[in-house]
Design a protein around this ligand. Structure first.
Ligand SMILES: [Cu+2]
Length: 68
């Protein structure tokens, strides 16, 4: 299991935090996602054979936020 931390921009409230958490957890291979508003980041535990950081970032971007 790998852990990565993504910087997220565009989140303004707990609703955004919940949205980002939901899309990350729905991404295949993700075991856990912890998202905070301050600092605006997501710490994601994932199976590196099923998901890549690029896929995690894409999932966040498709939900309307920016990830790096
Ligand atoms: Cu919000």
């Amino acid at each position: 299991m790998e852990t990565t931390t993504l910087k997220i921009s565009g989140m303004t409230c707990m609703g955004c935090v919940n949205s980002v958490t939901r899309v990350l957890k729905a991404t295949p291979g993700v075991a856990d996602a912890r998202v905070t508003l301050d600092p605006a980041q997501a710490t994601v535990q994932y199976d590196a054979t099923k998901a890549t950081p690029a896929q995690l970032m894409r999932a966040v971007e498709e939900a309307g936020y920016d990830a790096e």
